[in-house]
Ligand binder design. Structure first.
Ligand SMILES: Nc1ncnc2c1ncn2[C@@H]1O[C@H](COP(=O)(O)OP(=O)(O)OP(=O)(O)O)[C@@H](O)[C@H]1O
Length: 248
């Protein structure tokens, strides 16, 4: 589904990704983990050519992206959704408008716009929030809108760059559940960059460990499932007591 062949990328002469080859199979939830600065985000952004490789080839869904012209690449990107740590919503657009923009940019048939937006919002459980603005939403709700927007054009692949890093554990579990659902119900291949081992272990079936822009290893794991978390005040106090982090 996604193949990188000897891909390299430098910034201002400093190598950040060094001749990486990696294959991600259709239907996988593939994690990328590594220390800060190891190149995780850059590797992910090379998969949809948000970063252009200095060398090597990137193939997604049978198409060699590195061989396409600008127009062809724009077309190919419709089938590659992406979400980010800080959601990247347009602040002065409503939830509905944030999703419809993705469809309009992709020249989706006008008559089908409304239905498609509402289907996507329903999938993430936010159809009743369509008229709200991002500032009126919680972090988890904002990420759901971003997911709805990423799903709008029926992608085959969803690239997720630290999608839960701004969220509390309870909301993290909710968003991971949505991602697992997208993978299972819609058959979307997911690549998930995270520095949190718990996040990676909960839903990924393969994991690449990056170190200094090279692959240390890629291993198969059994996702252990999304841990239920509770965020009531009582539960939070209990957690503090467990950690011994309270006034004596
Ligand atoms: N556009 C850019 N221009 C210059 N340097 C960049 C750029 N993007 C990334 N880098 C550098 O490349 C290296 C890898 O960055 P990257 O964001 O891919 O790492 P990361 O593993 O995702 O880090 P983190 O976990 O801290 O987000 C870092 O040293 C970073 O400063």
């Amino acid at each position: 589904m996604i193949s990188l062949h000897n891909v390299s990328k430098s910034f201002t002469g400093v190598p950040v990704i060094q001749s990486i080859s990696l294959s991600i199979a259709r239907g996988d939830i593939h994690g990328i983990i590594g220390a800060s600065g190891s190149g995780k985000s850059t590797l992910l952004r090379l998969m949809n050519l948000l970063e252009t490789p200095d060398a090597g080839d990137v193939e997604v869904n049978g198409q060699k992206l590195t061989a396409l012209n600008t127009k062809q690449l724009r077309q190919a990107r419709k089938s590659i959704g992406m979400i980010f740590q800080h959601f990247n919503l347009v602040a002065n657009k409503t939830v509905y408008e944030n999703v419809v923009v993705a469809l309009e940019l992709a020249k989706y048939p006008k008559a089908e716009l409304r239905k498609r937006v509402m289907d996507c919002l329903q999938f993430v459980g936010l159809e009743s929030f369509q008229a709200k603005y991002p500032a009126q939403l919680s972090g988890g709700q904002k990420q759901r809108v971003a997911i709805a927007r990423a799903l709008a054009n029926h992608p085959h692949v969803l690239l997720c760059d630290e999608p839960t890093s701004s969220l509390d554990p309870h909301t993290t579990a909710e968003i991971l559940r949505v991602l697992a659902d997208i993978n299972q119900r819609l058959g979307v291949t997911i690549v998930l960059v995270s520095h949190e081992m718990d996040v990676i272990k909960s839903i990924c079936n393969r994991v690449t460990v990056l170190t200094d822009g090279t692959i240390h290893d890629t291993v198969a794991i059994t996702p252990r499932g999304i841990q239920e978390t509770v965020n009531t005040a009582v539960h939070l106090v209990e957690r503090l007591k467990e950690d011994g982090d309270r006034d004596a």
